[in-house]
Design a protein around this ligand. Structure first.
Ligand SMILES: Cc1cc2nc3c(=O)[nH]c(=O)nc-3n(C[C@H](O)[C@H](O)[C@H](O)COP(=O)(O)OP(=O)(O)OC[C@H]3O[C@@H](n4cnc5c(N)ncnc54)[C@H](O)[C@@H]3O)c2cc1C
Length: 325
């Protein structure tokens, strides 16, 4: 079958991996400018060279056998490396978190910068078309929606009400993220700070430059930090202007550091409106009569590992049902 996949995050790509390995063909469409999704790496030019920030997922774990095997392969090929600062089972992409997604994306037919606005099905042939800026792409024998739940619901709603209802029932926490870079290494006694309570303004702060494979600030590269606000604070400030948020989070980071900080080279805030959904156990959705499916972290757990497992689970379900038919 020829599959069309909407969303080239880790879930969509993990699904594509298994489908292609079993002889199916896959075309993937993503509205983003490049690989990453919520595992993106932002690069910003400064007078001291490029500053680089993992402004979505900070690291991943590999607690399930399938994903552990994937991490082992990536580590062997230098795509990931352990990052003990975040815990004994923490792994990061090299040179950025987006490396994991980029590695899978380059093996498939992925079209970035392509926002899919809707789906149309021809009832006679059962074929699917994707609506893209007034044009149609297709036909596809089957379509997989691999976007966050809030973006999946409108795509599914005209065709599969039960699937759309599942997606519409999900609410994700937002996350305001601050990227800070300094011209010399900050003198702080810690590399990673995690909040102890759910209501903290800063949930996470870490020296991005301390991750393996990043440019070293001790050799003159910018010292890059990522600061993530807590879910409650992010929700409360969701519609505030990014410039205001940058000012507020900079003040909070200074308070956390406990001393005055130098003027930053970069101080930019990014809003993740749908950062992390609540955990679910469905793993994936597949409506065989329509040849329409959905995967993503919103169907498993809100982690890198959860997204990968959901994509693989969807492909396994499709293959098992095809075999049984
Ligand atoms: C701030 C933040 C911190 C996090 N920290 C961690 C962490 O430390 N560890 C961890 O394990 N996980 C973390 N996560 C969660 C992790 O990033 C996600 O669980 C995982 O990346 C989800 O992958 P996905 O493929 O399901 O979705 P996504 O990565 O969101 O991919 C979906 C893709 O769909 C595309 N898309 C959406 N709508 C359309 C459309 N209509 N047309 C075309 N394309 C579309 C998007 O551009 C996106 O690329 C964090 C997430 C955030 C936001």
């Amino acid at each position: 079958m020829e599959f069309g996949i909407i969303g080239a995050g880790l879930a969509g790509l993990a699904c594509a991996e298994l489908l292609v390995a079993t002889g199916h063909s896959v075309r993937i469409f993503d509205k983003g400018r490049g690989p990453g999704g919520r595992m993106s790496t932002r690069r910003i030019d400064t007078p001291q060279g490029q500053a680089s920030f993992d402004h979505g997922a900070q690291f991943c774990t590999a607690r399930h056998a399938g994903f552990a095997a994937q991490i082992a392969d990536w580590t062997k090929r230098g795509v990931t490396a352990p990052w003990p600062d975040a815990g004994p089972d923490a792994h990061v992409g090299v040179p950025g978190m987006s490396a994991l997604v980029a590695d899978l994306a380059q093996r498939h037919d992925v079209h970035f910068g392509t926002l899919v606005k809707g789906l149309v099905r021809d009832p006679a042939s059962g074929g699917w078309w994707m609506v893209i800026d007034g044009n149609r792409l297709g036909p596809f024998d089957a379509v997989i929606v691999a976007t966050p739940a809030e973006q999946a619901a409108p795509l599914l709603s005209l065709h599969a009400f039960p699937m759309a209802r599942e997606a519409a029932g999900v609410t994700s926490d937002a996350c305001w993220t601050m990227m800070l870079a300094f011209d010399a290494p900050l003198d702080l006694p810690w590399t990673v700070h995690r909040a102890t309570g759910p209501d903290a303004t800063i949930a996470w702060a870490a020296r991005n430059s301390a991750k393996p494979g990043r440019a070293d600030p001790r050799s003159g590269a910018p010292d890059c930090w990522v600061v993530q606000a807590g879910a409650a604070w992010s929700r409360q400030h969701l519609e505030r202007d990014a410039t205001d948020i940058a000012g507020l989070l900079r003040d909070e980071f200074t308070a956390l550091a406990g001393k005055a900080l130098p003027e930053p080279l970069v101080a930019t805030a990014h809003r993740w409106r749908f950062a992390r959904p609540a955990s679910r156990s469905a793993m994936a959705l597949w409506e065989g009569s329509l040849r329409l499916g959905a995967c993503g972290d919103w169907l498993s757990e809100p982690t890198v590992e959860g997204a990968w497992a959901s994509g693989q689970a969807l492909a396994s379900t499709i293959l098992a049902r095809a075999k049984a038919a």
